[in-house]
Design a protein around this ligand. Sequence first.
Ligand SMILES: CNc1ncnc2c1ncn2[C@@H]1O[C@H](COP(=O)(O)O)[C@@H](O)[C@H]1O
Length: 319
Amino acid sequence: MSHLVADAAFTKLLPKIELHAHLTGSISVSTLHDIWQERKKKGDDLSLEDPVLALPPEKVYYNVFTSANFFPLFDGYIYELCSSIDAIRFATQQVLRDFEQDGVRYLELRTTPRENVTNPFSKEDYVSTILDCIREFGRERMSTYLILSIDRRNSVAQAMETVELAIKYKDRGVVGVDLCGNPTKGNVGIFRPVFEKAQSSGLKITLHFAEVPESSTTQELQTLLSYQPDRLGHVINVPDDIKEDIARRGIGLELCLSCNVHAKLTPGGFAGHHFGYWKDKGCPISLCTDDVGIFRSSVSNEYRLAAEHFNFDRGDLAV
Ligand SMILES: CNc1ncnc2c1ncn2[C@@H]1O[C@H](COP(=O)(O)O)[C@@H](O)[C@H]1O
């Protein structure tokens, strides 16, 4: 089997794991369209554009660096559209089905608990609904767990509330906490007691790390590493001494090829992606989609891209 080309058919059939997928960013355009249509049918006064028009297939390029058109997609559009428990339930069911159909067998989905005052639901309702969907979908179909995300813009109190929810729902499948959101915002130094609490409560920690130069100062990266993360996401603009520290600690890396290329987070295209650097450094690596609904590259396509640009054959990918 070695030396055979790892084409799309092969990477789709390969049983895969996905460890870095934001729930809201993983909702497909067709699911968003179904939600939009359902609300129109119900007569909701909806000023939002049809997702099919707002997110056409060619629109996979964003500029996270200036944040001008990426993060507002969540706050200003998808959250508005998916603003009821019914919509969140439907979206989660579809996301689980999409990952399963792509051949994912182990999934750690992550999401930022949110609340709504108009169609009232609390952060706890939100988390509990997603955990219900995971249970109903069936862990024997796809082993699925949840990570709760802290947004960099959160206050310590808001972040602590997320950790408390994560602790409360550990026995229903919450396995860890994440730090995400616009990397040009917030001060990560305020979250020390939050991650200490998560760790002492047996939760795993994964952090978005060095996504843009602004969030990659030695001070910020050392602060993040002092939170004892089990995994790091993206890991793009990292100075050599910190790279060595990460390799020495053997931290798990969640690398997102298409996201980083499409969002212009890395300059060298696929062939120049830092996956090429990390693949031989001894850290466990998982190839991840980040936001498959937005960047339109499935996990199996990420494997195919890695094979194409870093010369892996079927045997390499199957190990
Ligand atoms: C370069 N990629 C990224 N970098 C940093 N944060 C990201 C992200 N992609 C998504 N998010 C974070 O995930 C939230 C949406 O999913 P949930 O509502 O939590 O399920 C976004 O609001 C953002 O905070």
